[in-house]
Design a binder for this molecule. Sequence first.
Ligand SMILES: Cc1cc2nc3c(=O)[nH]c(=O)nc-3n(C[C@H](O)[C@H](O)[C@H](O)COP(=O)(O)O)c2cc1C
Length: 142
Amino acid sequence: MKNITIIYWSGTGNTEAMAMGVMEGAKSEGTDVKIINVSDAKSEDVLNADAVALGCPSMGSEQLEESEMEPFVESISHEISGKRLVLFGSYGWGNGEWMTDWQERMESYGANLVDEGLIINNAPDDEGIERCKELGKLLAKV
Ligand SMILES: Cc1cc2nc3c(=O)[nH]c(=O)nc-3n(C[C@H](O)[C@H](O)[C@H](O)COP(=O)(O)O)c2cc1C
């Protein structure tokens, strides 16, 4: 069975809710899904997965959360090469620049981004959760 690992950081639960939607979508395709808070994640979790989803809200000033997510993303720069990947996260008042930057960065590491990064303003509503599920399904395919 194909296995997917979802690794996320979330301060107030919005990106976590998105992660749950991605998980539900991936599971509905019959994949084995592991969901990990980044504080517990190791680079092997990425290495051993067939496909990976990473979630982080826009923090700082259009940046990844700096104490846990930022160093983790740096630490997987070699493990992620050639791997199917999707990115997602919640934002507040910005224009999504953090996600554009993050996508470019993961592409520079050689990741195989299977879709545009999914960004949702604040808490995901029902339609937002549906979009997260679709992202999980897409990641699970192929
Ligand atoms: C310290 C801090 C910095 C933030 N910086 C940005 C930002 O630069 N751009 C933006 O759109 N939202 C920013 N936000 C808003 C968060 O991205 C938004 O509240 C998001 O829903 C939080 O997701 P979470 O519940 O998964 O933590 C910031 C929030 C905090 C607490």
